[in-house]
Design a protein around this ligand. Structure first.
Ligand SMILES: [Zn+2]
Length: 486
């Protein structure tokens, strides 16, 4: 409201408007006449689409980054295909990608959902002793209750954060699955310590329940512009917070088939909560700290045991590499401690057993993929399993999936003399590409929250992808008797 910067806005006089203006601007008008569709007003929170559209799986970008920059210089959101978390700061649009990295996003990339405004600080406060994101919310809520709970606020919190826990997500492929399903499988988490940066936060009043998430929503970008994401938790001794209180709210509606046909009468508040808190099927934050502690310890032990035998196994596979057979993703052969901890907790949860039991049956702490050219496929697969047998590393599970009409490839688990189980996938270049392409779609077919229609569409899509994979000669008939190598 009280603007220190240059401001064409009449409200700069400090007049308190007692109501919030609501503009609804349709997306196609926007596209025809972008400069005129919304008057440039520095005191407007502009929103692209609804968070509820996103929770339904509408990740179709409707306006380009260039247009978003005309609506503000600070904000949060996401990108077409849900390709990472959006943070706009000082007019620059950053992507916090699924791998935790930050990049500046080109003007042509499109935005399915975002909130932006022009930042003019009305007030600056210092907050100390922030132990959690909950503390930050409480402190900011106190401020909001003094200045008006039914307004919109954009804040900037700068400082050194003792801890910063953020998430991003893998870009999605069509048919898009609902956001809650994506978050169950495709969220990525990053934990930083002593990191300097800026939190951008949006506050939506309670009456925004059907259009966005009520309350605070924070994204983070580090000062060195290397790390960032959607904030799940944080702590800091001291942060400098600038608060921009705004007078009005405007919305840009997308114009696409998916958006136009949503049934927005469905209550999505549970899904919205998951989006906010990052609680998909990732129970790390829900488990008691005792259980987490146990799972982390188990993960540490499993990784240590795998790391001991890993060089020998890697050497066997590397000796089999040739022009016709290549190891892919070798750098990811050992699961990270974070991801293994989450897997142990999530399996324990699903199987309703203690973490120790769940950990005992995890067979892919160490995993490899060998990609073999079609004409050599069967002979190299055979050579590989025999090479392991010679080292007393035996096939524990063998699944040949070349015969059916779905997934293609041979997946095996092998067991070392010491009893360590690892995974080896044997692909052709085409079956490997199909697996990668289909990955994002895969969970829909098994998801409990997916509708029947979504499930059928996902299955049809998977079949279509796998049907295009050429089957190497002899592959469907290749078998390895589990006991032949004992
Ligand atoms: Zn977010």
């Amino acid at each position: 409201m009280k603007n220190s910067n240059n401001n064409k806005n009449i409200h700069a006089l400090g007049v308190v408007l007692l109501f919030t203006l609501l503009f609804i601007v349709s997306g196609n008008i926007c596209a025809e006449n972008p400069a005129d569709s919304i008057t440039v007003d520095r005191e407007v929170i502009s929103q692209v689409s609804l968070l509820q559209g996103l929770t339904f799986g509408d990740y179709n970008g409707s306006i380009p980054v260039a247009r978003l920059k005309e609506l503000g210089d600070i904000g949060i959101g996401t990108f077409n295909a849900l390709n990472g978390e959006l943070i706009m700061l000082e007019g620059v649009v950053y992507r916090a990608a699924y791998d935790g990295s930050i990049e500046i996003v080109p003007d042509e990339e499109t935005i399915p959902f975002s909130n932006v405004t022009f930042f003019d600080a009305d007030e600056e406060i210092q907050l100390t002793g922030i132990d959690s994101v909950g503390d930050l919310k409480t402190a900011l809520d106190k401020k909001v209750s003094e200045t008006g709970e039914n307004r919109f606020y954009m804040i900037k919190a700068e400082g050194t954060f003792n801890t910063m826990n953020v998430r991003s997500e893998l870009p999605q492929t069509k048919p898009y699955k609902p956001l809650a399903v994506v978050l169950e499988t495709d969220q990525t988490f990053f934990d930083y310590e002593n990191i300097q940066g800026t939190v951008v936060g949006l506050y939506c009043p309670a009456y925004m329940n059907d259009l966005n998430a009520v309350g605070w929503h924070f994204h983070f970008v580090s000062d060195d512009r290397l790390y960032g994401g959607h904030v799940l938790d944080l702590s800091a001794e001291t942060i400098e917070v600038s608060i921009d209180k705004t007078d009005s709210f405007a919305m840009v509606l997308p114009d696409n088939e998916m958006f136009n046909t949503f049934d927005l009468t469905v209550d999505q508040s549970e899904d919205i909560k998951k989006v906010e808190t990052g609680e998909g099927n990732e129970p790390v934050q829900q488990e008691s700290s005792d259980e987490q502690e146990i799972a982390r310890k188990l993960a540490e032990e499993l990784i240590e045991a795998a790391a001991q035998v890993e060089p020998e196994i890697t050497a066997v596979l590397q000796s089999l590499e040739s022009e016709n057979a290549r190891l892919v993703g070798l750098e990811h052969r050992l699961k990270s401690e974070d991801s293994l901890t989450r897997k142990i907790l999530s399996e324990a949860h699903d199987m309703e057993v203690p973490p120790e039991e769940a950990a005992a049956v995890i067979g892919d702490v160490l995993r490899y993929t060998l990609c073999i050219d079609d004409d050599q496929y069967v002979s190299v697969v055979d050579k590989t399993l025999k090479a392991f047998a010679e080292k007393n590393i035996t096939v524990y599970k063998f699944r040949n999936r070349w015969g059916g009409d779905g997934y293609k490839g041979i997946n095996t688990n092998l067991k070392t003399g010491d009893g360590l189980i690892f995974e080896l996938q044997l692909h052709t270049p085409a079956s490997f590409d199909a697996k990668e392409l289909e990955h994002a779609n895969y969970e829909v077919a098994r998801s409990e929250t997916a509708t029947e229609e979504e499930r059928i569409a996902a299955e049809a899509y998977a079949k279509e992808i796998y049907a295009k994979v050429p089957v190497p000669a002899g592959a469907p008939d290749y078998n390895w008797e589990i006991n032949q190598d004992k």
